[in-house]
Design a protein around this ligand. Structure first.
Ligand code: FES
Length: 185
């Protein structure tokens, strides 16, 4: 379960982290599963978590960070509102996945593991997402985008932004009709 807790304050992080660490013995061999569960809980590895995990396991912060940063899987900044995951499994890699990923980095102005300034999009590379027949595949907010190409990237991002605009506008209309009925009532 990923809660994507990019907006947790440090008190909330501490509380949730205590729940995670409480489930694990203080054994260094448990480091990777603890990091995985921490990332599942927060959507990323908050800086506070590195220190707490280190003291739980009798390690230094640098040791924990060193292990976590070795794996592409772990991220150190929160997810965007619309997390983008580019599949880099073998099938996707073979049919142009890396070119799509480069196009995404260019279009968003961020690198893998980053988040756009407005917090809208984050970008990660992931292993096979299980639909190799549709390669290369990108996943945005749990929705699959099949047979991506670098030229489709801009179109997909623009459509997502337009959808967002439509949602906001629909919500605004809902509010105004409610206001209207309140006024007439
Ligand atoms: S390798 Fe990308 S979906 Fe399997």
């Amino acid at each position: 379960m990923m809660e994507g807790c990019g907006k947790c304050d440090s008190g909330q992080i501490e509380e949730k982290l205590a729940e995670v660490l409480g489930q694990w013995e203080q054994d260094r061999s448990r480091l990777i599963p603890i990091l995985q569960q921490t990332q599942e809980t927060f959507g990323y590895l908050p800086a506070e978590a590195i220190g707490s995990i280190a003291s739980h396991l009798g390690m230094t912060d640098v040791q924990v960070y060193g292990v976590a940063s070795f794996y592409n899987h772990f991220r150190f900044i929160p997810l965007g509102k619309k997390p983008i995951q580019m599949c880099m499994g073998t099938a996707c890699h073979m049919v142009g996945g890396p070119l799509v990923l480069e196009a995404l980095e260019r279009a968003l102005g961020i690198k893998v593991g980053g988040i756009t300034e407005d917090g809208e999009f984050s970008l990660d590379r992931v292993a096979c997402v299980g639909c190799c027949g549709l390669a290369p595949v990108m996943v945005i907010s749990d929705k699959i985008f099949p047979r991506c190409t670098s030229t489709k990237v801009d179109e997909i991002l623009v459509n997502l932004k337009m959808e967002e605009g439509a949602d906001v506008s629909a919500a605004g209309q809902g509010d105004s009709s409610q206001d209207e009925s309140e006024r007439s009532g």
